[in-house]
Ligand binder design. Sequence first.
Ligand code: ZN
Ligand code: ZN
Length: 269
Amino acid sequence: MLVDYHMHLENGPKELSYVEKFLKTAKERGISEIGISEHCYRFHEAKHLLDNEWTAKRNVDSLKEYLDLLNEAKSRGWPIKIGIEIDYIPENEELIRDFVAKYEWDYVLGSVHWLGSFGFDLKENLAIWEKSNIEELWKQYFNTLLQAARSGIFDSLPHPDLIKIYGFYPQNDLSDFLNQIFEEIAKTGVALEASTAGWRKPIGEMYPSEFILGLIKKHNIPLTLASDAHFAEDVGKDFNKMIPLLHKAGFSEFVSFERRQKKLERLNK
Ligand SMILES: [Zn+2]
Ligand SMILES: [Zn+2]
């Protein structure tokens, strides 16, 4: 069994026929279950969790409609899990916790895309990168990721080295720092995500890097599998490239979720 637990419906109509397209691609790529994980900032009901100039323009959907649609798909026996991708904003931790508790999810993803007011993965913010202290940004990113893990709110943390997205690497070797971060994340029980999306981004490699994958393995952190598809044709994309890399790094299992209960699954060749 193979699953893809990270994808977005935002570019299409909120209709069963659209969900079906995602399932169709999954099936073609040998993936038997998909998890939909829409960006939380899109929902009116979650506006208070992250409200800035960029998200305000995109706060256009109804969470109720989203959940109704996915529950309808599930009730038809479609192999779908209900997830959400929430931006982890440290100051809003309690608001996020209350929001998550209000609804029924199969799993909840906690992402770091914002460091303060800096949406570091947005193309329009590339100029900010140019004049930033790269090492400080990297440390801030991974400290925030650890904080997200320690919050206990999330089941998995997506694209755990997203900070590399535009290829800005610190000059100093951060290996020891990173080792400590992942050692601490391991104590929280949260899963981390292996994602093929990095191959479709300027960095041109999967999330996380081979080095960080090694740390995840060393500290026995469970993995979820993801494409982060924003279009149906990207569901399960490059899984045939990612899975051999996971095997090479020593992984023989991944995790699935049902109503937030984690289950280990065999990662077949
Ligand atoms: Zn993300
Ligand atoms: Zn995503």
